[in-house]
Design a protein around this ligand. Structure first.
Ligand code: F1P
Length: 598
């Protein structure tokens, strides 16, 4: 059985593998968790992964050279912006990072009286910025159509398709569209697997798969008509959770490229591999500084875990782009951990007018879209309890009067108020502000504001905040028992990638054949012990549509396989063990006892 398990593990792409560093994260306390996450994130900057010299990493000369080449395309477009566009596109977290980068870069261009030529696409539209809209991710034709629409009439487009797992059909459809129109488009694929590990499963109504597209892109790269940027970062700390390392590396790589292109176009600085390497090293320093605050980070994980364990809430109250980082982190907990939307929620000053998203104010779409600080004060503050954790996210450049006024209001209801605050050695957040919070993760950066412009400074604060919040929300869900070993055992099975991941998880834990695991998963999804022919022969997209309306499908399937029991018995078992990690352990130990007796 162990052989079966390791064979199966070897067949997975890097982004879906189990990271040996975090294998026991479910048994770690806050402090140990920070160290585990620190080591996993260190792999982003590693020169060699597992001594495998064939796998290219972020610092590999081939990767740096591709970044130089893409930066030159950015420069060309910035020099001649009429009828040109730079488009960044992705699904889920990748789309949210695209949104953040595009809005910030356009702001920078605007501040310098340049034309704002950057555009983002996120599968599922702007509502996907705040909620999990996983189904559009499976539609390659929708991706191509959306891209075609936004680029109508343009003569030159640099298209950057982000799919950390090199798997999203939405992005594959867009890249295929670009490859068919290379006279206008220069496509770039950003992901974190070697090309041979790109997904090769058939896609909805489509004659090609992701790996085909990646291979065609590689072929075109020889003539510099297309580019594949795919350094390997090692497996995620929570298997498959590409919001973590994948999201951080996406931000680092694309910001580096955009800024290098900008400096060449407007400051005459020729983009050399050395400048790209230097920028990556600066981000490595941001990583070091962030994790050097491990005690405060562990304390914040502990507090957030306590709140979730008591079925209370965690609220991120952020300013400007740090608010966006908070909203993004919060929204990812729903598909990753099967969390409710209000377990961890984000709020931003001035709501949608601060977001500057394409579709404007979405607050009428429902409570998940209510995101302003004012909304927090009106709807959450009056019912706030001592068990709810509030985390402010701000920098010295934000309106500190506003920060103190809101902190004052919150303190009248609860003392469970904490902060992540960024400042500069020459410009610090005053002590009286810091003293308002029970725990302050206070990051003082040694750059002077003359050294780097405020946009660059802000990008570093964003990255640092992302690392902190990823650690806090991951750690809190681990403490709540939502993770088994380092697997997101209670994920929502809402698209084909997550459907495959669910089967992989079942195979991993039971050692059973794929067909048996899939049957158990379908029984849990369709809520029956007797699967009909209609159910078993339906398309994956039908399964994921049904799964979207069910809770705990993977844990239920796991218990059914492991204990050889009915659906009702499995559900009863899970009801008796509200902590999923305990439910799974109990069922493993009972099946072990049974087999010993046998
Ligand atoms: C895109 C994505 C993830 C999300 C979930 C489903 O992944 O939406 O961001 O967390 O895993 O897939 P990718 O295309 O960037 O690999």
């Amino acid at each position: 059985m162990d052989d079966l398990k390791s064979c199966y593990e070897l067949s997975l792409p890097v982004t879906e593998k189990c990271n040996a560093i975090s294998r026991d994260i479910d048994r770690a306390n806050g402090k140990q968790m920070v160290q585990i996450l620190r080591r996993c994130d260190a792999e982003i900057f590693e020169k060699k992964i597992n001594d495998d010299s064939f796998q290219q990493t972020l610092y590999s000369s081939s990767v740096i050279q591709t970044m130089v080449d893409v930066a030159k395309r950015v420069e060309m477009i910035l020099r001649d912006p009429e009828e040109s566009l730079i488009v960044l596109s992705g699904c889920g977290t990748s789309g949210r990072i695209a949104f953040l980068l595009v809005t910030s870069f356009n702001e920078m261009l605007k501040a310098q009286n340049q034309k704002q030529i950057c555009l983002y696409i996120i599968a599922g539209g702007d509502r996907a910025l705040l909620t999990s809209q996983e189904a559009p991710e499976d539609d390659p034709a929708l991706g191509a159509l959306t891209l075609d629409k936004v680029c109508a009439g343009k003569k030159r487009v640099l298209f950057i398709g982000i799919s950390c797992g090199m798997s999203a059909p939405f992005v594959a459809g867009q890249l295929d569209f670009c490859l068919k129109h290379l006279d206008v488009f220069t496509p770039v694929l950003l992901g974190f697997n070697p090309v041979h590990m790109a997904r090769s499963e058939p896609m909805q109504n489509c004659s090609f798969h992701f790996k085909d597209v990646a291979e065609r892109m590689t072929a075109e790269q020889r003539q510099k008509k297309a580019f594949v940027l795919n350094p390997v970062l090692g497996a995620e700390a929570i298997s498959g959770s590409s919001r973590m390392k994948g999201g951080s590396a996406t931000k680092i790589i694309l910001e580096t490229i955009l800024l290098a292109g900008h400096e060449s176009a407007f400051r005459g600085k020729i983009t050399m591999p050395e400048c790209i390497t230097a920028r990556i090293t600066t981000n490595e320093m941001v990583y070091e500084t962030t994790y050097s605050h491990s005690d405060e980070l562990a304390a914040l994980i502990h507090k957030a875990g306590e709140s979730l364990q008591m079925k209370a809430h965690v609220y991120y109250i952020g300013w400007h782009t740090l608010g966006v980082i908070g909203l993004t982190d919060a929204s990812e907990c729903i598909p990753t951990y099967g969390a409710d939307f209000d377990d961890i929620r984000g709020f931003i000053n001035n709501g949608f007018s601060e977001m500057k998203n394409k579709e404007g104010d979405l607050s009428s779409l429902g409570p998940q879209f209510v995101i302003g600080h004012k909304d927090f004060v009106d709807t959450i503050l009056p019912t706030l309890s001592q068990n709810d954790m509030i985390l402010f996210l701000f920098s010295v450049n934000d309106d500190l009067h506003e920060v103190t006024a809101l902190a004052d209001q919150v303190r009248r209801r609860t003392s469970n108020l904490h902060a992540i605050a960024h400042d500069l050695e020459k410009l610090t957040v005053p002590k009286r502000v810091c003293n308002m919070f029970k725990t302050v993760l206070h990051l003082t950066w040694s750059f002077t504001s003359e050294e780097v412009n405020s946009f660059v400074m802000r990008q570093r604060w964003e990255l640092s905040t992302k690392w902190c919040l990823n650690a806090i929300s991951t750690g809190a869900h681990v403490l709540k028992g939502k993770v088994y070993m380092n697997y997101m055992i209670d994920l929502r099975v809402t698209n084909s990638k997550l459907y495959r991941r669910a089967i992989n998880i079942l195979q991993r834990f039971t050692g059973c054949a794929k067909s048996e695991c899939e049957r158990a998963l379908l029984r849990a999804i369709y809520s029956t012990d007797d699967l009909s022919e209609d159910m078993t022969s339906a398309d994956v997209w039908k399964h994921t549509d049904a799964a979207n309306r069910r809770d705990q499908v993977v844990p239920t399937a796991l218990v059914m396989i492991q204990c050889g029991c009915t659906l009702a018995e499995a559900r009863h078992h899970l009801d008796c063990h509200p902590v999923i990690r305990d439910a799974v352990s109990a069922c493993f130990s009972s099946s072990k006892n049974k087999s010993t007796v046998d």
